[in-house]
Design a protein around this ligand. Structure first.
Ligand code: SF4
Length: 346
């Protein structure tokens, strides 16, 4: 049967050519659920190259889910800094605490039970069930989506094509080695079935691929036209004291960059720094050009205002840190850019 021989060819390729990633087990074996879950959460919206070292640091610091559950919120947020999408880090902690408190420190093994945990959506539940527990589940990430759309020459644009792609991926999933199948599809998408220039000549399942036969592989999957991201503007304050301390602020626990440390900022989110910060210095100069950052739902342009003072009362929610310790407080990427802009302009 065509599907069976396709899957056999793909798994034979995976056994030899799979990517060696720190959270993986050997082909045919199941992996540690904590490792799979942690890597899958980190990999949402972040590249494998960026995640690999961070994954290892996380494990060195919190070797088990129970260790992570016992960690202080601010330590986890700081360790997550730079990976972006900070709601993931908050959900990570919530999930670890539920696994520790309600499941005796062991992840449940079925897709349905996993999906009840905080921050675990359909994709992650299927990935952990298949890869860590050998369950017959089918996660569909961007790589699997692309490979499947091409194999079956699905012309419907994304996101409307998602249900059809999922159904096709499910139809291919072998009851045994479902986890290896998912990882083989991911690896094929990441190394051979590339978004712009698929390397069909090197593809182990080329003989089964409808888009390759039709010569349309590089055009699939089709995507609905993107909406233009709205634009927001705001200000961020670099306030430096004569003794070399810089003013920082912890944002409120919920919302955009919730619980993260920032240079006090104003005008771009629902969590403004106290308005009196601007009165603390008598003179401000504005760094050019402003800092820009792309969030999921908008593009942000931040003017960086730099001021110096000799001494001042500390505004609400704020604290001071030496300039040379700013790398240790876990600033999110947008604030790292603002710090760099302020220091370079000095
Ligand atoms: Fe992708 Fe080409 Fe392989 Fe088809 S033949 S799955 S398009 S690499």
């Amino acid at each position: 049967m065509m599907t069976e021989s396709l899957v056999s060819a793909l798994l034979a390729w995976y056994d030899v050519r799979r990517r060696d990633l720190p959270w993986r087990s050997h082909p045919g074996a199941t992996a540690d659920p904590y490792h799979v879950w942690l890597s899958e959460v980190m990999l949402q919206q972040t590249t494998v190259a960026a995640v690999a070292p961070r994954f290892q640091w996380f494990l060195d610091r919190w070797p088990t889910v129970a260790d992570l559950a016992a960690a202080a919120d601010e330590d986890v947020m700081a360790e997550w800094a730079g990976l972006g999408y900070y709601a993931r880090a908050r959900n990570l902690l919530k999930c670890a605490r539920v696994v520790a408190a309600e499941h005796g420190g062991q992840f449940p093994s079925t897709e349905a039970e996993l999906a009840t945990l905080p921050g675990i959506g359909g994709y992650t539940a299927a990935a952990v069930a298949a890869i860590a527990f050998g369950q017959n589940a089918t996660p569909v990430d961007g790589n699997i989506e692309r490979v499947t759309a091409r194999l079956f020459r699905i012309e419907t644009p994304l996101p409307a094509a998602k249900p059809e792609i999922k159904a096709r991926a499910v139809s291919m999933t072998p009851p045994k080695r479902a986890g290896d199948f998912a990882q083989a599809m991911m690896d094929l998408g990441a190394t051979i079935c590339l978004p712009r220039q698929p390397r069909c000549l090197a593809c182990p399942i080329q003989a089964y691929c409808a888009a390759h036969k039709a010569g349309t592989a590089a055009d699939l999957p089709k995507k609905a036209p993107k909406k233009v991201k709205p634009h927001r503007q705001g200000r961020v304050y670099w306030l430096e004291r004569a003794d070399g301390l810089v003013l920082l602020r912890r944002r409120k626990p919920k919302g955009l960059l919730g619980a993260m440390v920032e240079l006090p900022s104003y005008g771009w989110s629902d969590d403004d720094a106290p308005a009196n910060i601007e009165t603390l210095a008598s003179k401000w100069f504005t760094v050019t050009p402003p800092v820009t950052h792309i969030f999921t739902h908008f593009r942000l342009e931040l003017s960086v205002l730099c001021g110096r003072i000799t001494d001042a009362a500390t505004p609400e929610d704020c604290f001071w840190r030496p300039v040379d310790q700013l790398g240790d407080v876990g600033l999110p990427s947008v604030m790292q850019k603002a710090v760099k802009a302020a220091i370079m302009s000095d």
